[in-house]
Write a protein that binds this ligand. Structure first.
Ligand code: DGL
Length: 239
């Protein structure tokens, strides 16, 4: 039976998460939903983000998805708990800023910068994550960045110039946490700004491992079948 895994984000950011999932789970089929009509989530009120996330979850579950990956930090910190309550019998995996893995490896005197959207910055879940750290993590909201990346993926010079300003006051940081799935597209730019001397943390692989684990526990992992796996792409658009 065709039972894909639904993955959504506000745009191209979640494709990084989809890539990690498809590599780790070669027998699974996927449907990716880019909710471009509501992009950027990060500049919206939390209630609006929750409505957009419920709609996306609903669309994917109505397409017979057996599991959902919220490939978006903003939607996860804002709406994952409520989506899990609403779909309590389904596997729902979220994406959170990789603060814990980063803090484990951070030196005593060093600090990390966590780049996030405005909505993530203001969320209670993000505060709880930050408060649980025993190392210094500087949270930095970058309200325009996700949209800038979404619209200028090919314009590396523009993105690089923007990022140089963002990091101007943080050139002595030991690590950068990419707290939005869009930011994975500029990991190379960040590395260059620090002359290669920076650790970068991204939550995509962690979310993929969590998905694999949850599917196994729920007995939902796909067996190798004669049919080729499929990866379908959907998008919402504002007319
Ligand atoms: N990619 C999303 C995230 O991980 C947010 C982008 C947006 O603001 O729409 O937070």
């Amino acid at each position: 039976m065709y039972r894909p895994i639904g993955v959504f984000d506000s745009g191209v950011g979640g494709l990084n998460v989809l890539k990690s999932c498809t590599e780790l789970l070669p027998n699974e089929s996927f449907i990716y939903l880019a909710d471009k009509a509501n992009m950027p989530y990060g500049n919206k009120h939390k209630d609006e983000i929750a409505i957009a996330a419920f709609d996306a979850a609903n669309t994917l579950f109505s397409l017979n998805c057996k599991a959902l990956v919220i490939a978006c930090n903003t939607a996860t910190v804002t709406a994952a708990e409520r989506i899990r309550m609403l779909y309590s019998t389904r596997v729902v995996v979220g994406l959170e800023p990789a603060i814990r893995p980063c803090v484990k490896e951070l030196g005593r005197g060093g600090y990390a910068v966590a780049l996030v959207t405005k909505a993530t910055f203001m969320s209670e879940r993000f505060r709880i994550l930050l408060d649980s750290c025993d190392r210094k993590v500087v949270p930095l909201a970058v309200p325009e960045l996700a949209k800038l990346i979404e619209d200028n993926l090919g314009d590396r010079a523009r993105l690089s110039k923007y990022m140089q300003c963002v990091f101007n006051d943080y050139m002595d940081a030991e690590a950068v946490i990419l707290g939005c799935s869009h930011y994975s597209y500029i990991a190379d730019i960040i590395r260059d700004i620090y002359g290669g001397n920076i650790k970068i943390y991204d939550g995509a692989d962690g979310a993929a491992r969590r998905l694999k684990y949850c599917l196994e526990i729920a007995g939902l992992s796909a067996q190798k079948s004669e049919q080729e796996r499929t990866i379908r792409f959907l998008s919402t658009y504002k007319l």
